[in-house]
Design a protein around this ligand. Structure first.
Ligand SMILES: Cc1cc2nc3c(=O)[nH]c(=O)nc-3n(C[C@H](O)[C@H](O)[C@H](O)COP(=O)(O)O)c2cc1C
Length: 361
């Protein structure tokens, strides 16, 4: 039997994922909200960033290691929080977290993970916990206690989901979570938001448990409630990044949720420089939404980011080959970043932040 040629880039893994996933699951992963204008803008904005490489800098093999939130990471990359990873592969979160551990990068565990945070932490990965703020503050407190006890290293509060964006593909597909894929962190305890493992629940139904009208003062409360580094995920306006600094955030993630929330919001790469200028060195600035290669990581660094979160491409790898496939995605990205840094004359990611960029239209 002929074997597939090796995946040469992350897009190759997308093709494989598409071939193995049910069409509605593929749409759930790939889709954005509304007319998917923001989803497309993310790619277009990154493609428009030209990076001016430096020559004869004596760079041989760049050192890809960085510190994220004061802790070592093998790459300026973390795994973005993504709900229900068992939708794309039975090993789900365990496999992706194990691949992240092996690659030496942080794994951000979603509130809506289909594997409990304790099991994810047991992989030995550097786990950050992503919090969706639930209407019931008692549940938030319970989660914070569990996350601390499980040894998570950071708390990532997602602030761009007062409700779920209108994902037209999911609406047209009448997408439902299959039997056995549930919000495992929300099972038991006060109120079973994990819908008892029953099939037929829409992601929107689970998301209706989120508190809709949060304010920055709620984050003040959270800051006082945990000693973990605090990351605010989902800001685009530099003024919100400054608010995040004001409540003691250690990092912000410039993100439009991969084009899944407000359609018509700008590409995250388009607003990144303003956010970086707005917060200065008062907090770290990470970027996500549309990163698909090591060149994109270089672009983000050159625009001033400390690192990126990578989303869908890791689900492609996971769908295509479980733990090994996710590992392959991360190793492709590392190889591409090493090459990109070398070609740009950068000995490490910090040097890339001094590169000049041009916007090409
Ligand atoms: C299938 C899927 C599920 C997601 N679930 C979550 C989630 O539970 N929490 C969260 O903060 N962001 C979630 N996101 C958004 C990602 O964390 C990230 O912002 C986005 O995927 C980055 O864009 P990219 O996929 O283009 O890399 C999800 C994204 C996808 C594609």
């Amino acid at each position: 039997m002929p074997t597939d040629p090796p995946a040469a880039c992350l897009a190759d893994l997308a093709e494989r994922a598409r071939a193995v996933l049910p069409a509605d699951v593929w749409d759930y992963v790939e889709g954005g909200s509304g007319a998917e204008v923001t989803l497309r803008a993310n790619r277009a904005a990154l493609d428009r960033v030209a990076v001016l490489p430096r020559m004869l800098r004596g760079v041989h093999t760049p050192d890809l290691r960085v510190e994220l939130l004061g802790r070592p990471s093998a790459l300026p990359v973390a795994v973005a929080p993504m709900a229900y990873q068992r939708l794309v592969h039975p090993d789900g979160e365990w496999a992706l977290a194990t691949a992240a551990r092996d690659a030496g990068v942080p794994y951000v565990a979603s509130t809506l993970a289909s594997t409990a945070v304790e099991q994810v932490a047991a992989t030995g990965a550097e786990v950050w916990f992503q919090l969706y703020w639930l209407r019931d503050r008692g549940l938030v407190v319970d989660l914070l206690d569990r996350v601390g006890a499980a040894g998570c290293r950071a708390l990532v509060v997602t602030v761009d989901v007062p409700l779920l964006g209108r994902r037209l593909r999911d609406l047209r597909n009448a997408f439902r979570l299959p039997a056995g894929v549930t919000a495992a962190n929300l099972r038991g305890g006060r109120g079973d938001l994990a819908h008892g493992g029953a099939p037929g629940v829409t992601p929107v139904a689970t998301a209706s448990a989120f508190a809709p009208a949060l304010r920055w003062s709620d984050l003040d409360w959270l800051r006082g409630r945990t000693d973990l580094p605090l990351v605010v995920k989902g800001v685009l306006d530099p003024r919100d990044a400054v608010e995040a600094v004001g409540v003691g955030a250690d990092a912000v993630v410039v993100s439009n949720h991969g084009g899944r929330q407000l359609d018509g919001a700008p590409a995250s790469a388009a607003v990144l420089p303003e956010v970086v200028a707005g917060v200065g060195d008062r907090c770290e600035v990470l970027l996500d939404s549309g990163v698909r290669s090591g060149t994109d990581v270089l672009r983000a660094l050159a625009l001033g980011a400390s690192g990126v979160l990578l989303g869908r491409p890791l689900l492609w790898g996971l769908a295509a080959g479980g733990r090994a496939g996710a590992g392959r995605a991360l190793s492709i990205l590392a190889d591409e970043l090493r090459d990109a840094l070398t070609l740009a004359g950068c000995a490490d990611p910090a040097a890339a932040r001094n590169l000049r960029t041009m916007r090409t239209d």
